[in-house]
Each structure stands twice: as C-alpha cells, then as structure tokens.
Design a protein around this ligand. Sequence first.
Ligand SMILES: [Zn+2]
Length: 71
Amino acid sequence: MSLCDLCESQLDRPGHVPPHPQLAISATLRMASGQNAFVYRCASCGQTLLLASDDEEAPDRWTRLDADGWR
Ligand SMILES: [Zn+2]
C-alpha cells in the first residue's frame, strides 16, 4: 500500500506544518526520551504517520510509521 499524495507531501515536513485534512489522530505515545509522539492515521490511504522528534534538541518532524517495525 502506498501513500496518497497528501501524505507524501506531509512526510519530512517540520512539526509546525498542520496535518492534512484526511489525517486523524489515533494515539499519543510517550517516547523513551520523555517526549510525546503523535500517531496519525490517514483516512484516504490508510497509512500511519508519526509526528515526533528524535530527541529534546531536535524539532518535531513528520515521518512514516512502519507498522512492521513498530513494537
Ligand atoms: Zn494518506
């Protein structure tokens, strides 16, 4: 399954870019670093995007959440 155009353009954008209209928040996670991460699911393509920062120093960023690699 591939990302729709909206998700494609969302990826790798900084966290201040708002989620596109088809994205609905599905979970809030607490990262090991103590940071919160936000999981969004796309109603259009069914893919899951993650809004999180790698550490306290790094700004939030939109990334793709690979379900197979998520534990
Ligand atoms: Zn999508």
